[in-house]
Design a protein around this ligand. Structure first.
Ligand SMILES: *Cc1c(COP(=O)(O)O)cnc(C)c1O
Length: 372
């Protein structure tokens, strides 16, 4: 059986976890946490990086930092993971769902401005499959209307837009190290802050509403409860694991890109004959090979391919039921149709993508499929 995903271990994870244990301090914000955070700040140009226990947690921190109040509006694409919207809804936001582009699941930047009202506080963008949204246009809209931009870069580690790393452009950004992502720690995430105004408060929210971080740096002489917050920081055991992945990030990315290009070349002719679109090869943005997907000509064709691959012991998956029509939000949605989001929801198919994948076997199976 070829699974859809298989976590890749570099071999150093348990070594660093053992080291963390030997250091005698395994709660958060210790040796490995600082090492990981420094790496992200230096390598990706984030002003401040804070490890979190998930990308969802990092998004919740963003909602708190943006000071979202009940009744505030936040613009979020409908074609995304639940957390991109949920984190803001927990603060009382009304989510105004935006549609995808016609030819890409990313938010259609040309339709954002029409969604802005005097209650809008923030725009959440999701760099789907690690491919950048049109950040120049989005940042210009946000600046013109005095809105915050939060990049949900869960899938976008190492990817760039106009020479800048994703996650370094918006006011804040979030990453995921869930085991389905490019670099992993089981569960895990990162908050990146690029606007100085939010750095101090981010540390406080991260540490249960206390000024513990400032206290340990000797910047204040008392440590206590100063703001809202929660326990968002992971233990040193998670950070030690993540460090082993970070050390190998270039090797991992190189391998994933090889697999991605193999799919892209080997499936081109077959896709044409089946009226299937391959994931567009990014031209101006970079590709981090987070995933390889197909856009089928219909839901029926997609289901048939999933079953066909399953019969060959290969697991492929679809995802993202449009959030605007989800059980939780459909009664709160303003009723606008979001046809592009629905199209990807019905027709997008993800092929297996992981470090140790036998891509030749998947391609061989897939090209033997013919739409009946
Ligand atoms: C994976 C993912 C998340 C959630 O990440 P967790 O670390 O599991 O919380 C959020 N948004 C997007 C776009 C994702 O792909």
């Amino acid at each position: 059986m070829i699974p859809f995903n298989k976590p890749y271990f570099t071999g150093k994870e348990t070594t660093y976890i053992e080291d963390a244990v030997k250091r005698g301090m395994i709660s958060g914000n210790g040796y490995y946490t600082k090492k990981c955070q420094a790496y992200f700040q230096e390598s990706f140009g984030f002003k401040k990086a804070l490890l979190t226990t998930s990308c969802t947690d990092a998004l919740e921190m963003c909602a708190m930092l943006a000071n979202i109040q009940p009744g505030d509006e936040v613009i979020v694409p409908s074609y995304t993971f639940v957390s991109s919207a949920l984190a803001f809804v927990r603060q009382g936001a009304n989510v105004v769902f935006a549609d995808s582009k016609k030819n890409h699941p990313n938010i259609d930047e040309t339709k954002i401005e029409a969604l802005i009202t005097n209650k809008t506080k923030a725009i959440v963008v999701v760099h789907y499959a690690g491919i950048a949204c049109n950040m120049d246009v989005i940042m210009a809209i946000a600046n013109a209307h005095n809105l915050l931009v939060i990049e949900d870069a869960a899938q976008a580690i190492s990817s760039k837009y106009n020479g800048k790393y994703l996650g370094s452009i918006g006011h804040m950004a979030t990453f995921s190290f869930h085991e389905t992502k490019n670099i992993i720690s089981g569960e895990g995430g990162l908050l990146a802050i690029n606007d100085d105004r939010f750095i101090n408060r981010a540390e406080i929210i991260w540490e249960k509403g206390t000024n513990r971080a400032e206290f340990f740096r000797g910047e204040v002489n008392k440590y206590g409860w100063v703001d809202t917050g929660s326990s968002f920081l992971p233990s040193e055991i998670i950070a030690a694991f993540l460090w082993a992945q970070i050390e190998n990030i270039n090797v991992i990315q190189y391998k994933r890109l090889e697999l991605w290009h193999h799919y892209n070349i080997a499936l081109k002719e077959w896709a044409k004959t089946q009226s299937i679109q391959l994931m567009p090869e990014p031209k101006t943005e970079t590709n981090n090979a987070h995933m390889f997907y197909l856009v089928c000509k219909s839901m029926g064709q997609r289901d048939a391919i999933i079953n066909f691959l399953k019969s060959k012991h290969i697991l492929s998956v679809f995802h993202y039921l449009s959030l605007h029509s989800s059980q939780y939000y459909k009664d709160k949605h303003d009723g606008r149709a979001l046809p592009n989001s629905d199209k990807f929801s019905e027709r997008l198919l993800r092929l297996p993508m992981f470090y140790e994948l036998d891509v030749v076997e998947v391609v061989e199976a897939l090209v033997s499929y013919k739409t009946s």
